[in-house]
Design a protein around this ligand. Structure first.
Ligand code: FE
Length: 349
């Protein structure tokens, strides 16, 4: 109420009568955010939103799976208003489990490209992207020619037998990439391709994306997949060991001559049982603003979801511009259930 103290008495009375007319929930001016993103720039971002709107943000931080489990357990009693998750496979899971609600917003329609929104059954999308990342191929420069790894298709080529390191095929990052392949190429070709990739592995899937990059640099394998921000993080590392490591590893944006590189997202949704729905929508719209887009991207070496927003991340600039796929990310998410069945059939852990 600090702002009210500076008002003249007549204005103060008018302001108070407006407040009194509002429902209790609107007066609270809070927003409960469940976030799977944990970056310092995100904290500054929330602070700026509070400064601009007076809406205070209460944060619950957990990993993606923890947030989805918590929302399910809480049911209609959930205090969650906005949910921030990473990867379309997980956002689709939340959508399937009925944890979100559609949002119709002219601002979001204008700012977020249609292919970066969740399923829309006419009442607006179930979620929207707030930032993007590409899934790229890294390779041992001493062992592999770029032309042998310039498409996802080539990961199944006999030439790469025993050369690929990868995290679990069932990890959301891979499920979504494979879902995008399924959308573009259909089930028969996709399953044959997955079998080919599984046959080319240097070892059983394990670890995270950074582990795969390190394994390429160490010569344990020649080729791996990673999200762009993990490679960018190593490029920006100040340790000599990391500098040596990235000097040995090349990065390729696959399918530049074809459908474009697979792009995934961090996304935001309004919770199904949000008690502060207007504040939640206002927050999503705020996240689509230029400044918020830059902060969201910079916090994790990602790209803005909104076209035309410029960032000056030195690592991403060094990695270069690329052509992104145009497969709708909602379809990618939806394809992941079928992908999991294929992985089970071909024995891709
Ligand atoms: Fe990640």
């Amino acid at each position: 109420m600090k702002a009210l103290a500076t008002l003249k008495p007549a204005l103060l009375a008018a302001a108070l009568s407006v407040l009194a007319a509002l429902p209790v929930t609107a007066q609270e001016r809070v927003l409960n955010l469940y976030s799977a993103r944990h970056y310092q720039t995100d904290e500054a971002l929330y602070g700026n939103f509070t400064k601009a709107t007076g809406i205070r943000i209460n944060r619950v931080e957990a990993d993606d799976a923890g947030i989805l489990a918590r929302l399910k357990a809480e049911g209609t009693a959930s205090p969650a208003d906005v949910i921030l998750l990473v990867d379309a496979a997980r956002l689709w899971r939340g959508e399937q489990d009925g944890l979100f609600q559609p949002v119709k917003s002219a601002v979001l329609d204008r700012r977020i490209p249609p292919q970066l929104r969740g399923t829309d059954s006419g009442q607006g999308p179930q979620w929207v992207a707030v930032s993007t990342r590409a899934r790229v191929i890294v390779y041992d420069k001493a062992a592999v020619k770029p032309a042998d790894v310039d498409s996802y298709d080539k990961l199944a080529a006999p030439a790469l037998k025993g050369k690929i390191c990868i995290r679990s095929g069932s990890h959301p990052y891979n499920l979504s990439l494979f879902g995008s392949v399924l959308e573009r190429q259909g089930p028969a070709r996709t399953e044959a391709w997955l079998k080919g990739v599984a046959d080319n592995l240097a070892r059983a899937p394990k670890g995270g994306d950074t582990d795969q990059i390190r394994s390429v640099a160490a010569g344990e394998c020649a080729v791996a997949l990673t999200n762009t921000y993990y490679f960018a993080r190593l490029l920006r590392s100040t340790t000599a060991a990391d500098r040596d490591l990235v000097a040995r590893v090349g990065v390729i944006f696959p399918d530049q001559a074809g459908a474009g590189t697979h792009v995934n997202i961090s996304g935001a949704a309004v919770a199904r049982h949000a008690k502060h729905r207007d504040a939640a929508v206002a927050f999503l719209e705020y996240l689509s603003g230029d400044e918020a887009q830059r902060m969201l991207a910079d916090g994790n070496n990602e790209y803005p979801a909104v076209p035309g927003v410029q960032t000056d991340n030195p690592a991403l600039i060094a990695m270069g511009k690329f052509k992104a796929e145009t497969v709708p990310i909602a379809k990618v998410g939806a394809a992941t259930a079928q992908v999991q069945q294929m992985l089970d059939r071909v024995g891709f852990k």
